[in-house]
Design a protein around this ligand. Structure first.
Ligand SMILES: CC(C)(COP(=O)(O)OP(=O)(O)OC[C@H]1O[C@@H](n2cnc3c(N)ncnc32)[C@H](O)[C@@H]1OP(=O)(O)O)[C@@H](O)C(=O)NCCC(=O)NCCS
Length: 265
């Protein structure tokens, strides 16, 4: 028993990091590749072992896109334990047509997105607007999250408040709506945030926070002194992180346990 990580596992760690790379680009992989008209296939993977990771180590995996050729994308990665470099890798992916498995040029949209991301630029465009402007994109995300994923009835998900609400939609670099939420003013004093939803594949990456910030910012601009919302119990921790406090007892709405929460502006 060597008590060190089996060498082949490191490739899996790098593969997991690649999945996170697409998330960091705000690209839900499946839909993004469908829109780009191809898929990325590993052509070559090489791993160099400098030192071993041990049982119970906390590891950090770093990854960057080193260069983009005509149809290839080359990633370099490194695994660290604290400040100590353990493993490095090079992964060569080829963009190809899934049906014929023949290579295709990396689409210009993907090429420029990766370049902007590697330069530290934002990959999200959060737009605020009314239902006429953003309804289609908002509806698509809300249906996927609330109706299809959570099983909320379509009649409960849609309501008249959509027509008067200010909507926020986060678009990725391919123009795909990936998160949404809305603000409904309640007189001058307060606003109610609701219908906050992030694409299932992109949660935990700060997109929900960015959309909520945009809505809270809009409430502030409107002169509201407070923002309220009915949080699903599973999302209560998220709102607590964003400075909301719970009040009153929990209650059932659309068959889901909720809690009222508020934040003073
Ligand atoms: C709830 C939701 C909107 C949060 O968006 P997200 O993009 O996943 O959240 P973020 O990545 O911006 O998280 C921001 C912070 O909240 C924390 N957080 C996120 N979801 C959490 C949860 N369910 N419980 C506890 N903390 C949570 C994150 O860890 C992060 O904390 P950090 O700053 O300390 O790292 C999203 O998960 C979602 O769409 N869920 C399904 C639909 C839903 O429940 N909507 C809310 C209806 S009230």
């Amino acid at each position: 028993m060597q008590k060190i990580v089996f060498n082949a596992h490191y490739l899996m760690y790098f593969d997991t990091a690649i999945t996170d790379y697409w998330r960091a680009l705000a690209l839900p992989y499946e839909e993004a590749m469908a829109q780009l008209g191809g898929e990325l296939y590993v052509k070559k993977a090489s791993v160099e072992f400098h030192a071993s990771a041990r049982f119970d180590d906390r590891l950090a995996v770093a990854l960057k896109c080193e260069r983009i050729g005509n149809s290839s994308m080359v990633f370099t990665g490194a695994i660290f334990r604290g400040g100590e470099l353990l493993i490095t890798c090079e992964l060569v992916y080829v963009f190809a047509d899934p049906a014929s498995q023949t290579s295709r040029p990396v689409p210009p949209g993907l090429r420029s997105l990766v370049g902007r991301f590697e330069a530290g630029e934002s990959v999200l465009d959060i737009r605020l607007g009314d239902w006429a402007e953003l309804g289609l994109a908002a509806e698509r995300i809300r249906t996927a999250v609330f109706v299809e994923e959570q099983g909320i009835a379509l009649e409960s998900e849609r309501d008249d408040a959509d027509r008067s609400a200010l909507h926020a939609v986060a678009f990725n670099a391919l123009g795909q709506g990936v998160a949404t939420g809305r603000l409904v003013s309640q007189g001058n004093a307060s606003g109610r945030v609701g219908r906050l939803a992030v694409h299932r594949a992109l949660r935990g990456g700060g997109i929900g926070r960015a959309v909520l910030d945009a809505l809270v910012g809009a409430a502030r601009q409107r002169g509201h002194r407070e923002v309220m919302l009915n949080a699903q119990i599973s999302a209560q921790g998220f709102y607590l992180c964003e400075g909301f406090v719970a009040r009153g007892e929990s209650f059932i709405e659309a068959c889901i346990l909720h809690r009222e929460m508020s934040k003073l502006l």
